[in-house]
Ligand binder design. Structure first.
Ligand SMILES: Cc1ncc(COP(=O)(O)O)c(C=O)c1O
Length: 414
């Protein structure tokens, strides 16, 4: 048995929400793609901030100094999570969507008529609409990259075809929140940089499943959201520090001109950022002893262990779903290709609407989402609007027994 599965009881004990039951049975939280549950240490960190060092920035008194020290440590922790060398490149904000709307407006100031931006139909609307809006305002051309609808993967040939010296930015997701497909991020970056384009990665769905590595990938910008990786509702934007210094954000003149403050508009959600720090430290703590030399090393190991566990859950889920009559499963279903997906499954049945299926699963204590999950470009491309699909997503705290329970319940519905 793999390490995460062997530690499951201890791991689940960290998450108070997982103790919830419905009709005398534990709830199966398969709603993780819309937001993970949080461990007690994150809850304590949020409350602890408000209790012990609740203060604004830069004051000449104890609680403000303690608050600033804690926030600086949160920048360092998220840099470790992303594999970034400079914590000043870490920007906190409300959520991915708000940060991307602000960033897209700022970067669009550098675009000129005739420039092009590439986006993908595999993406959440948060990495689609902001670029369309910014491109419209700047008068530049947006080119959507084709997808292979059969397995919900990006058409890399189309990406290579559409890249040109006119391309200024390629905005792609690291993993789809609908089909779980993992995009070849390093390859996308190589192709884009070869024509002088920059790359913006949406790692919101990817973050709780696999190692983020901005230095290894070589991307220029990345966004993610802590509420998907066991933290509170806080968004993160990272950019190459030289670019984040050169670009001009929409900001108040009284706000700092230096990084990271120039991008962090207004007073931040300090207690939430304290929770983000705790969430990163929680992830780092998932490694077996002996303790690794650095937090980054611990995170690298933890994400390997998470991937191992999630592969097993994905394999089991695919085998179970395959045998359910009338169930259409979107995305990669070939067990030999598990490395190309995370355990997020969207499916639908010819017999029962996604909403009804989610309702019945909810009644059975299995919490799943239905609809398009804001992955609207993809659900439109798949022709399944407006009903969409049902989505069940597994995180490291989910178990083989929960996979079995989902499969059994779907079999009963079929
Ligand atoms: C892949 C992906 N990108 C972007 C977002 C938007 O993130 P946020 O809610 O932080 O704005 C989500 C949210 O579900 C997502 O799954």
């Amino acid at each position: 048995m793999h390490w995460i599965a062997a530690q499951m009881e201890r791991t689940r004990a960290h998450f108070p929400a997982l103790q919830r039951s419905a009709h005398g049975r534990a709830v199966a939280f398969l709603d993780g793609p819309a937001g993970s549950q949080v461990p007690q240490c994150v809850i304590d960190a949020v409350a602890g901030y408000l209790r012990d060092c609740n203060a604004n920035h830069g004051g000449e008194f104890d609680t403000s100094r303690r608050s600033d020290a804690l926030l600086e440590e949160a920048h360092r922790a998220v840099a470790d999570l992303l594999g970034a060398t400079d914590p000043a490149g870490i920007i906190f904000g409300a959520n991915m969507t708000t940060l991307t709307l602000a960033f897209s407006r700022a970067i669009a100031r550098t675009w000129r008529a005739g420039d092009e931006v590439l986006i993908s139909q595999l993406d959440h609307d948060g990495n689609f609409a902001p670029w369309q809006l910014a491109a419209r305002d700047a008068g530049v051309v947006v080119r959507p990259i084709a997808i292979r609808a059969g397995d919900c993967t990006l058409d890399m040939d189309d990406l290579r075809r559409q890249l040109s010296p006119r391309t200024r930015l390629v905005a792609m997701g690291a993993a789809s929140n609908f089909s779980g497909t993992i995009n070849p991020v390093a390859e996308i970056v190589r192709c884009a940089h070869a024509v002088g384009a920059e790359v913006f990665i949406d790692a919101v769905h990817y973050a709780p499943h696999r190692l983020m590595d901005v230095a290894g990938w070589g991307c220029d910008y990345l966004v993610c959201s802590a509420y998907k990786f066991f933290g509170p509702h806080v968004g993160v934007l990272w950019g190459r520090p030289d670019r984040m210094e050169a670009l001009q954000p929409y900001k108040l003149s009284v706000a700092p001109d230096s990084l990271p403050g120039r991008w962090m508009t207004g007073t931040q959600n300090h207690e939430g950022i304290a929770g983000v720090l705790a969430a990163v430290n929680y992830l780092a703590s998932l490694t077996p002893t002996p303790t690794p030399a650095s937090r980054r090393e611990a995170i690298v190991k933890a994400m390997e262990l998470i991937a191992e566990h999630e592969h097993e859950l994905a394999r089991q889920c695919l085998r179970g779903l395959r045998d359910i009559p009338g169930l259409q499963v979107f995305g990669i279903t070939d067990e030999a290709r598990l490395a190309e997906r995370v355990p997020t499954f969207s499916f639908r049945s010819a017999k029962i609407s996604p909403q009804e299926m989610a309702r019945r699963l909810g009644e059975a204590g299995i919490f799943v989402w239905h609809g398009n999950f804001y992955a609207l470009p993809l659900t439109q491309a798949l022709g399944i609007e407006p009903a969409g699909a049902v989505r069940a997503g597994f995180l490291h705290y989910n178990t083989a027994a929960e996979v079995e329970r989902l499969v059994e319940a779907l079999r009963a519905l079929a």
